[in-house]
Design a protein around this ligand. Structure first.
Ligand SMILES: Nc1nc2c(c(=O)[nH]1)N[C@H]1C(S)=C(S)[C@@H](COP(=O)(O)OP(=O)(O)OC[C@H]3O[C@@H](n4cnc5c(=O)[nH]c(N)nc54)[C@H](O)[C@@H]3O)O[C@H]1N2
Ligand SMILES: Nc1nc2c(c(=O)[nH]1)N[C@H]1C(S)=C(S)[C@@H](COP(=O)(O)OP(=O)(O)OC[C@H]3O[C@@H](n4cnc5c(=O)[nH]c(N)nc54)[C@H](O)[C@@H]3O)O[C@H]1N2
Ligand code: SF4
Ligand SMILES: [Mo]
Length: 755
C-alpha cells in the first residue's frame, strides 16, 4: 500500500462514518491528521450537508486506544504483541482445528460493518466459506430484523421514504433531527415545517427536536405505539380513507386485516396510550387524505414492546392509503451488492430455534446459544467491526458468554470492551486508511454510491480487513497463488479480458467461487491503483447490478450491455471518489420491484401479526406500583453520541458523562436538582448518573444516551470508564416474541437520589 498520490494540501473526497447517511466530505490532511473538514457540495446526494459531528473525526483517526499490533492472549490473561505472520498462522490453525473437530458451523460470525464500513463484512464471506461457517449475527438483529421480516413479506423489498417531496411526513419512534437516517435531514425537516401546505406527524413519548417541528405530535406513553397505530388504521377504515382502488390494482388480501381493524376500540386505545382521541383522528385524517405520504420508523418502536407488530402497522399506514410508487411516497430502489444475506429463510438458530431473519440470529438470543452444554452450541466466534459486549443487552451475560467460547478472534481498530475478551485481536486499518464503502440504501430515484479512497497510509501494524481475510484464506489453504496466475494476467490486460477469464475460471474451478471476494482481491484488486485493492469486489457488484437492472444503469448515463455496461459502471465508481449516480429510475418502477417472482403485488395480510393486533384488547395495562416504577429508554441519540465509533471521551464538549434525562415532576419528587446524582437500578444491574431535568419528558419516563460508558486510557495508561454503559442495565429476555428484538427503549427501572 502507498500513500494516495494527490498533493498533501488539496481537498480530498471522503465521507462521514458516524451514521448510516454517510454525508460526503471534503477534507484536508497533514501528518496523519485531519486539518480541515467540510461538506462536499459535489456529492449528488448530500450536496454539501453535514451535521456538527464530523468536525471531530480526528478523534476517530487518532486516539489513545487504537490498536497497532496483533495481540495474543497469554495464559495469565494479559495480551502480548505478535507479528502478523504469527497471528494469521495461529488464528487459521485454531479455526481449522475447530472446523475439523466439531464442524465449521460451530463458529459464529458477528458484525461485519458499522455505520461507514462494510468491506470487511463483504470479504469475510470468503473466510466464512473456507471454514464452513453457517451462522451470523450483527447489530441489525437488535433493531431492524423485525422490520425486514415484515417488508420482505409485504413488498419483497425495502421501501424508502421520499421526505424531500412528501406532502405528509410521519416519524414513528424516530428523531431524525439528531439521528438523521435520511439525506440532509435538518434541512428537509425545516422545509416541511416552514411550508403550510406540508404536514409532519411525530409519535414519540419525548418532545424531541423533531416533535417541536411537527404539526401533530402524539406524545404516546412509552411502549403503546401498537395501540395508537392500530387506532389510526381503524379510523382510516371507519372514515373510508382506505384507497380501495389502489388495493384492488396492487395488493392481495386485506379482509382479515380490515375486519380486525374495524373492531379496534379507538377511544380506549387512545386513553391507554395517553393521547387525545381528537389528535389521533386528526393524524388519521392527514394520513388518509395526503397527496403523498412518506413514513419512517426507527428504534423507538423497534426496541420496544410489540416491535415487529409496530413495524407491520407502520407499513400499513402507507400501504392501505396507496402511498407507494410515486414522488413523495415510498419506493423500491436498486442495490449494489447485498448488505444482508437471504430473505425470510426458514432457518433457525442451532440451540434455541430462534427465527433467523435476513441471515441473522437475534442478538438477544446469543448468550443462550453460547451459555449451554447443548451439543450444537457455538464454540468459537469471529467478531469484526462490532462491540457486542457493549452494544448488546445484558453486558455481564455477554462477557460470560464470550468467555465460555473456546476461541474468540476480534478484528477492530480500537481496544474495545469486546476485544478484552478475545484470544487474538487483529488490528484493522482505520476507515480513512483504506478503500471503504457502505451498502446502505443509496437513494431513490437516483441511487448514489461512493467508494472512498484512502486518505492516509495504514497505521503501522494495521491491515485493511480485505487483506486480513485474504491472508486467512491463504493460510487455510483455500487457494494457492498458482490457481490465480491466469486471472492475474487477464486483470493486467484490462477489465474486458478479466471478465472473460473470470467466467472461465468460475466454470472450470468452481471451488474458487466459494472464496470469490478474495479471488477478486488477489487478481483484479492487485491490478487497480495501489490502495484500491478492496474495490475489486465492487466490480463483481457492478456486473451483477448491470445484469439485474440494466435499464436503471443505462438511465444513469452508462452505455453498453452486459459486461460492457458493468465495466462502464465500475470505471465511473473508481473515477468518482466524491460519489456518483449509479442508477436512475422513474417512480413507477417500484411496482415492478414488488415481489417480482410472486405476482408483483403488495401482500397486506400477515396472519400472526393480525392475531397480535386482535390480542391487544386483552393486554393488561402496566402498573407503576412495583419495584421498578420508571420506564428507562436506555440509549437515546443525542448531539454528542455516535455509537461507539468515537472512543476518546474528549470529543464531547458538553455533558461528557451523558446525563439521565428526567421530568421536572420526577426530579422534584426525588429531590434532585439539575446535575444532581441518582442511582438507576433494574432487574439486571445498577449504576449512577447525573440528572438533566427537562420538560420534554413526562413523569415516569427517563432516558440515557447510547454509546457511553467506554473505557479509555488516562495519562498514566489506566483505563477509565466515562459515563453509563446502558447495557449493564438491560436484559436479554425482554424482547419481541417474533424477531427477538430487544426492548432497550422500555427498561423497567427504579431511580433514587444519591445523597
Ligand atoms: N447523533 C447520533 N445519531 C445516530 C446514532 C448515534 O449514536 N448518535 N446512531 C445511529 C444508529 S445506529 C441508529 S439505529 C439510529 C437510531 O435513530 P433513532 O431511532 O431516531 O434514535 P433514538 O434516539 O435511539 O430513538 C428514537 C426515538 O424513540 C423515542 N422513543 C423511546 N421510546 C419510545 C416508544 O415507546 N415509542 C415511540 N414512538 N418512541 C419512543 C425516543 O424518545 C427517541 O426520540 O441513529 C443513527 N444516528
Ligand atoms: N441499550 C442500547 N443498546 C444499543 C442501542 C441502544 O439504543 N440502546 N443501539 C443499538 C444500535 S441501533 C446499534 S447499530 C449498535 C451499534 O453497536 P455495534 O454494532 O457494536 O457498533 P458500533 O458502536 O457502531 O462500533 C463498532 C465497532 O467498530 C469499530 N470500527 C470502527 N471502524 C472500524 C474499521 O474500519 N474496521 C474495524 N474492524 N472496526 C472498526 C469501532 O472501534 C467499534 O468497536 O448498538 C446497539 N446497542
Ligand atoms: S448526518 Fe450522519 S453522516 Fe451526515 S455528517 Fe451527521 S453523523 Fe455524519
Ligand atoms: Mo443502529
Amino acid at each position: 500500500m502507498t500513500t494516495p498520490s494527490h498533493a498533501q494540501d488539496s481537498w480530498k473526497s471522503t465521507a462521514c462514518i458516524l451514521c448510516s447517511v454517510n454525508c460526503a466530505l471534503h477534507v484536508q490532511v497533514a501528518d496523519g491528521h485531519f486539518t480541515k473538514i467540510k461538506g462536499d457540495k459535489t456529492n449528488p446526494r448530500s450536496k454539501g450537508y453535514t451535521c456538527e459531528k464530523p468536525a471531530r473525526l480526528d478523534h476517530y483517526q487518532n486516539h489513545g486506544d487504537r490498536l497497532t499490533s496483533p495481540l495474543r492472549r497469554r495464559a495469565d490473561g494479559s495480551f502480548e504483541e505478535v507479528d502478523w505472520d504469527t497471528a494469521i498462522r495461529e488464528v487459521a490453525a485454531r479455526l481449522a482445528e475447530i472446523r475439523d473437530t466439531v464442524g465449521g458451523e460451530k463458529i459464529l460470525y458477528y458484525g461485519g460493518g458499522g455505520q461507514g464500513n462494510h468491506m470487511g463484512g463483504a470479504y469475510s464471506a470468503a473466510t466464512r466459506k473456507a471454514l464452513g461457517m453457517r451462522y451470523a449475527s450483527n447489530a441489525l438483529a437488535q433493531e431492524k430484523t423485525g422490520e425486514f421480516w415484515v417488508e420482505r413479506l409485504m413488498f419483497g423489498g425495502r421501501p424508502e421514504p421520499d421526505f424531500e417531496h412528501a406532502q405528509v411526513s410521519v416519524f414513528v419512534g424516530k428523531n431524525p433531527w439528531q439521528s438523521h437516517g435520511f439525506e440532509r435531514a435538518r434541512i428537509v425537516l425545516k422545509e416541511i415545517a416552514r411550508d403550510p401546505a406540508r404536514k409532519m406527524i411525530v409519535l414519540d413519548p419525548r418532545r424531541t427536536e423533531t416533535a417541536d417541528l411537527a404539526d401533530v405530535f402524539l406524545q404516546v406513553a412509552p411502549g403503546t405505539d401498537a395501540f395508537v397505530l392500530a387506532a389510526i388504521l381503524a379510523v382510516l377504515v371507519e372514515d373510508g380513507l382506505v384507497d380501495r382502488d389502489f388495493l384492488e390494482a396492487h395488493a392481495d388480501g386485506g379482509d382479515a386485516l380490515f375486519d380486525t381493524l374495524s373492531r379496534v376500540p379507538v377511544a380506549d386505545y387512545c386513553t391507554r396510550a395517553r393521547v387525545p382521541e381528537a389528535l389521533v383522528r386528526e393524524a388519521a385524517g392527514l394520513i388518509g387524505t395526503a397527496d403523498s405520504l412518506a413514513v419512517l420508523e426507527d428504534l423507538g418502536i423497534e426496541q420496544a414492546p410489540h416491535s415487529t407488530l409496530n413495524s407491520y402497522l407502520e407499513k400499513l399506514l402507507y400501504a392501505v392509503t396507496g402511498n407507494f410508487g410515486r414522488a413523495g411516497t415510498m419506493n423500491l430502489g436498486t442495490h449494489l451488492g447485498k448488505l444482508i444475506g437471504g430473505g425470510n429463510d426458514n432457518r433457525t438458530s442451532p440451540v434455541g430455534g430462534h427465527k433467523i431473519i435476513t441471515g441473522l440470529i437475534p442478538c438477544n438470543a446469543l448468550p443462550d446459544e453460547l451459555l449451554t452444554d447443548h451439543p450444537d452450541r457455538f464454540r468459537a466466534a469471529i467478531i469484526e467491526s462490532a462491540n457486542p459486549v457493549h452494544s448488546l443487552a445484558d453486558s455481564p451475560r455477554m462477557r460470560e458468554a464470550l468467555d465460555a467460547l473456546d476461541f474468540v478472534v476480534v478484528v477492530d481498530v480500537a481496544m474495545t470492551e469486546t476485544a478484552m475478551h478475545a484470544d487474538y485481536v487483529l488490528p484493522g486499518s482505520s476507515q480513512y486508511e483504506k478503500a471503504e464503502a457502505t451498502f446502505f440504501g443509496g437513494g431513490f430515484p437516483d441511487h448514489v454510491f461512493q467508494l472512498r479512497h484512502p486518505l492516509f497510509p495504514p497505521a503501522p501494524g494495521t491491515l485493511p480487513e480485505p487483506e486480513i481475510h485474504s491472508r486467512l484464506c491463504r493460510a487455510l489453504g483455500a487457494f494457492h497463488d498458482d490457481d490465480l496466475t491466469a486471472l492475474r494476467q487477464a486483470a493486467n490486460a484490462g477489465l474486458e479480458e478479466f471478465g472473460s477469464a473470470f467466467l472461465e475460471a468460475m466454470a472450470s474451478r468452481p471451488e474458487l467461487g466459494k472464496i470469490l471476494p478474495v479471488v477478486l482481491y488477489e487478481t483484479l484488486g492487485r491490478a487497480l491503483e495501489p490502495g484500491l485493492e478492496p474495490a475489486a469486489l465492487i466490480w463483481g457488484a457492478a456486473q451483477t447490478l448491470a445484469a439485474s437492472d440494466p435499464t436503471s444503469v443505462q438511465r444513469a448515463g452508462y452505455e453498453g450491455e452486459g459486461p460492457t455496461l458493468g465495466n462502464a459502471l465500475f470505471r465511473a465508481i473508481l473515477d468518482h471518489p466524491e460519489g456518483v449516480v449509479i442508477t436512475r429510475d422513474p417512480y413507477d418502477v417500484s411496482f415492478d420491484r414488488l415481489h417480482p417472482k410472486a405476482g408483483g403485488r403488495i401482500q397486506l395480510e400477515i396472519p400472526e401479526l393480525i392475531e397480535e393486533v386482535a390480542g391487544l384488547v386483552d393486554e393488561p395495562a402496566p402498573s407503576r406500583e412495583d419495584a421498578f416504577p420508571f420506564i428507562l429508554a436506555a440509549g437515546e441519540r443525542r448531539t454528542n453520541t455516535a455509537n461507539t465509533i468515537y472512543r476518546d471521551p474528549s470529543w464531547r464538549r458538553k455533558d461528557p458523562a451523558g446525563s439521565l434525562r428526567m421530568s421536572p415532576g420526577d426530579a422534584s419528587r426525588l429531590g434532585v436538582e439539575n446535575g444532581g446524582r441518582v442511582r438507576i437500578t433494574t432487574k439486571r444491574g445498577s449504576t449512577e448518573a447525573a440528572v438533566e431535568i427537562t420538560d420534554t419528558l413526562r413523569d415516569g419516563h427517563v432516558t440515557l444516551p447510547n454509546g457511553l460508558g467506554l473505557a479509555y486510557p488516562d495519562e498514566s495508561g489506566r483505563r477509565v470508564v466515562h459515563g453509563t454503559p446502558p447495557n449493564e442495565l438491560t436484559s436479554t429476555e425482554d424482547r419481541d416474541w417474533l424477531a427477538g428484538t430487544p426492548w432497550h427503549k422500555h427498561v423497567r427501572a427504579q431511580v433514587e437520589a444519591v445523597r
